[in-house]
Design a binder for this molecule. Structure first.
Ligand code: TPP
Length: 644
């Protein structure tokens, strides 16, 4: 209450209403040690309703997490504080994931619970044996993503997942009855959960419910009846308590109702001591775990530690180099989705933490290599996940798996359905979570399925997202290189946009350098002084090379620059960019998508050959003709511009 009041901004209602639940959870159930908030076998706690961040900050402060001082609480919502408006895992020790967009935390927690069971299946109870707890609000459960998350969790029987639902019947607009008449308990039951109701202000009832939840063979929802802004004389139980400081009068009234006489931010010693004790509660468990880890055979132990630290295995680059050598010796004319499968045959062997999956497009995404078996309800040995048709749930679960540690998730769908996953992808970018999206059917090149399935604006939209890395490789060699970069990245998400249609192998040589690492490189130099440069990505590199040949017939020398990652290229130092862009007077970009973004390479006067609107349903070669994305069109425009 004091911190929100001092910040003149924030949400007191949820922290006040959920404090009883959190207190029972943290003092009696949660396995954690505040002195080591990143201990690998700790229980995970996710405050899905991120607007209630002050509850989490208060818990971290009271339990004694290093750095979470009372001054941080006083600086709530100030620049560079550890107490930002919504919880950010990259700013605050002890915060497991960034939350705020409602529903994300719950869906992320599902991924954490999956990761825990998968690592348990690999390393056993001795090393991996913990739970994932969530506090979720009405808003979390109203969001569509919650459907995907709870049905996936129910299906997989994630019995280590326990959700405390802050069932206060209030949201911003007023009582929930304005917009909701469903029954969450029944909904969760229908999804395969154990779901019960409890009085959220009765510690004994909460204790009983949590004890039973720990023994369940299914995930558990505890719908806790609470009062938002509990204790505030007038605002309690109303939407007025949700998102603004209480104000002096209500604050004083609330403190009086609790018999609280201390000054603002002053915490009486007995209370402080009790919480500090709770913060030490898991110390013995942690020490016992550390002893078990020490007693683990050295090879298993170092592999476990490597994976949890997020260090990629040493063998990856040698494996990629060997694959590239093989591809040079035996060039492949394949779709890049198939090239991705070829690369994955190698990478999945070299990188045991890589867990693949698809939102029900496995045969189209080519993500299930022969060596991978799928997890199934209650059985978590495996490295493949059938996420079902749940793109958003998949992307959020991937965030959770990655944040849990020990796993690098890669999930797949069609590129156009990135839109269905986008809010979780944005969290991955914002929070710097390493995950890989395998997004096939990346343009009109998918053909007959037509414009609903043909992405045109998606590459631009995804490239514009800060910290998202978008790759669109041109052939089997670039696909291997882009996969290597995606797997090596440990500070954020990567996306591979891959074709449905076959492409020739355009790289004629490949050393041990990953030339895709600068985002663009000269693939085919001009024969003589270049009069134009053609930039292209993915499937259009073939067209650029054909245009180069057509122009050569007319003694017009052009160079071709392949751009496997436009955003990575634009992030290079000026010098690198200038060298690769070159000084040929005519600049052309070819990409079967909208122009947005390419002006940074070709300038506003550059020639762009691509899409200006939605696609159409037809065989893909007809579409390329129809939309004028052809070598002839490129050559003709280059000559016309040159002759102006
Ligand atoms: C995806 C998304 N939509 C909208 C919001 C804005 N918002 C924050 S809290 C909230 C609803 C508040 O109701 P509830 O979840 O019941 O929380 P409580 O009022 O109990 O604190 C909304 C709409 C958001 N944070 N995320």
């Amino acid at each position: 209450m004091d911190a929100v009041e001092q910040a003149k901004s924030g949400h007191p209602g949820l922290p006040m209403g959920a404090a009883d639940m959190a207190t029972v959870l943290f003092t009696k159930f949660l396995k954690y040690d505040a002195s080591e908030p990143t201990w690998a076998d700790r229980d995970r706690f996710v405050l899905s309703a991120g607007h209630g961040s002050m509850l989490l900050y208060a818990l971290l402060h009271l339990t004694g997490v290093k750095g979470m001082t009372i001054d941080e609480l006083k600086n709530f919502r100030k620049l560079d504080s550890k107490t930002p408006g919504h919880p950010e895992n990259f700013m605050t020790p002890g915060v497991e994931t960034t939350t705020g967009p409602l529903g994300q935390g719950l869906a992320t927690a599902v991924g954490m619970a999956i990761a825990e069971r998968m690592l348990n299946a690999e390393y056993g109870d001795e090393l991996v044996d913990h739970r994932t707890y969530v506090i979720a609000s009405d808003g979390d459960l109203m969001e569509g993503i919650s459907h995907e998350a709870i049905s996936l969790a129910g299906h997989l029987k994630l019995s280590r997942l326990i959700v405390l639902f802050d069932d206060n019947g209030i949201s911003i607009d007023g009582p929930l009855s304005l917009s909701e008449s469903g029954d969450q308990v029944k909904r969760f039951e229908a999804a395969g959960w154990r779901a019960v109701r409890a009085d959220g202000h009765d510690p004994a009832a909460l204790t009983r419910a949590l004890s039973r939840a720990q023994k369940s063979d299914r995930p558990t929802l505890i719908a806790c009846k609470t009062t938002i802004g509990y204790g505030a004389p007038k605002k309690a139980g109303t939407s007025k308590a949700h998102g603004e400081p209480l104000g002096a009068e209500e604050l004083a009234g609330a403190k009086a109702s609790f018999g609280w006489t201390s000054a603002p931010f002053d915490i009486p010693a007995p209370i402080r001591d009790a919480w500090a004790k709770a913060g030490r509660k898991g110390r013995r468990s942690r020490k016992a775990w550390t002893d078990r880890l020490k007693a683990t055979p050295a090879a298993t132990r170092s592999e476990f530690e490597r994976r949890l630290m997020g260090i990629r295995p040493a063998g990856l680059s040698a494996a990629i180099d060997a694959l590239k050598t093989r591809l040079i010796a035996d060039p492949q004319t394949v779709a890049t989705r198939k090239a991705s499968e070829i690369a994955l045959e190698v990478i999945t062997e070299a990188v045991p933490e890589l867990v693949l999956g698809s939102a029900d497009l496995t045969p189209s995404n080519n993500t299930k290599t022969k060596n991978l078996s799928a997890i199934s309800p209650g059985l978590f040995a495996g490295r493949y996940i059938h996420y079902g048709i749940r793109e958003h749930g998949m992307a959020a679960a991937m965030n959770g798996m990655s944040l849990h540690g020990g796993i690098l998730p890669a999930g797949a769908t069609f590129l156009v359905f990135a839109d269905y996953a986008r809010p979780a992808m944005r969290i991955a970018a914002l929070a710097g979570i390493p995950v890989v999206y395998v997004m096939t059917h990346d343009s009109i090149g998918l053909g007959e399925d037509g414009p609903t399935h043909q992405p045109v604006e998606h590459l631009a939209a995804l490239r514009s997202m800060p910290k998202m890395r978008v790759y669109r490789p041109a052939d089997a060699i670039e696909t291997a290189e882009c996969w290597q970069l995606a797997v090596e990245r440990t500070d954020g998400p990567s996306l591979l946009a891959l074709t449905r249609q076959n492409l020739p192998q355009v790289r004629k040589e490949a050393g041990t350098t990953n030339v895709s690492a600068q985002g663009a490189y000269e693939l085919s130099p001009a024969d003589g002084k270049a009069r134009a440069t053609i930039f292209a990505s993915g499937s259009e590199v073939e067209i650029a090379l054909a245009a180069q040949a057509l122009l050569a017939e007319q003694s017009f020398a052009v160079r071709v620059v392949s751009v496997p990652s436009l955003d990575l290229f634009l992030a290079q130092p000026d010098k690198v960019r200038a060298r690769i862009i070159g000084d040929a007077p005519v600049k052309v970009a070819v990409e079967a998508a909208v122009r947005f973004g390419w002006d940074a390479v070709i300038g506003p006067d550059g020639i762009f050959i691509g899409m200006t609107g939605f696609g159409a349903s037809a065989p893909y070669k007809d579409l390329y003709q129809h939309f004028g994305i052809t070598a002839e069109a490129v050559a003709e425009k280059v000559l016309r511009t040159h002759n102006l």
